[in-house]
Design a binder for this molecule. Structure first.
Ligand SMILES: C[S@@+](CC[C@H](N)C(=O)[O-])C[C@H]1O[C@@H](n2cnc3c(N)ncnc32)[C@H](O)[C@@H]1O
Length: 233
């Protein structure tokens, strides 16, 4: 069971993630819980401001530290153990399957979604354990990155996937051979002139295994040669 607590200005965006697919099933089966906290509810001025202009000038607005800190306090106050607090940030550690698997061992993950130019650095210094990036590009807010993180982590929570082995053997999975997965097919065996490779319908399991290894290696060489630099391969 993993408990995701999301601090966000746009909780309604999470309905999409909550309402379908593996997250919805995981919630129904009580393997995952996901609760959003509206940061604006913790703004104390009459305009409920959550952002202000940056000290020293510059473009954009900065998320204020007090509403963020109070929103986080409201979560930690009711937990028995301090949660791991993650800020979604393009400046963070790049999300990998290894990190997702590690985070899946936590009981509670607080995920903070930034907006505007980002959050006041003092919030990060005081409360954030890890900053996590979903890649070297910038999106407008932390909600989509947070949903990516929730999904990637949930795949490693036992019971969430029908077969946990599939997460482990996926491309980048902990039990994969470090190569990209090769092409996969299902019925029909022929579609618009393209046939499934004969070996896959041969019934020769050894030949299938060899074909998969070869094609994985070739695909990795073509698409992600950087992965082959890994000494263990
Ligand atoms: C427009 S971005 C701010 C970018 C910030 N000014 C910078 O240069 O690092 C607003 C928010 O979106 C989220 N965000 C944007 N890109 C992200 C990424 N690649 N990974 C994770 N979060 C991201 C973060 O929460 C960030 O605070």
């Amino acid at each position: 069971m993993i408990d995701f607590r999301v601090l966000t200005l746009f909780p309604e965006m999470f309905e999409a993630a909550l309402g379908s697919s593996i997250i919805a099933r995981g919630i129904k089966d009580r393997l995952i819980s996901l609760e959003c906290t509206q940061i604006r509810d913790f703004a104390t001025d009459k305009h409920h401001s959550v952002d202000d202009s940056p000290y020293g000038g510059g473009p954009g607005m900065v998320m204020k530290v007090e509403p963020l800190a109070s929103a986080l306090d409201s979560i930690t106050a009711v937990l028995e153990q301090p949660p791991r607090v993650i800020l979604m940030s393009p400046q963070g550690t790049r999300l990998t399957n290894d990190l997702a698997q590690e985070l899946a061992l936590e009981q509670t993950l607080v995920i903070v979604c930034g907006h505007y130019e980002g959050v006041d650095e003092r919030f990060i210094e005081l409360f954030v354990d890890d900053e996590v990036s979903i890649g070297d590009f910038v999106v407008t807010g932390g909600e989509l990155p947070a949903m990516v993180l929730v999904d990637a982590v949930s795949r490693f929570v036992p019971g969430v996937l029908g077969d946990l082995n599939s997460a482990h053997r996926d491309t980048f999975g902990p039990e994969s051979d470090g190569l990209l997965q090769g092409p996969i097919y299902t019925r029909p065996s022929e579609f618009r002139g393209l046939s499934v490779p004969d070996v896959l319908t041969s019934g020769d399991h050894k030949a299938v295994e060899k074909w998969r290894q070869d094609i994985s290696l070739n695909r990795t060489r073509e698409r992600r040669p950087d992965l082959l630099d890994n000494e263990s391969l």
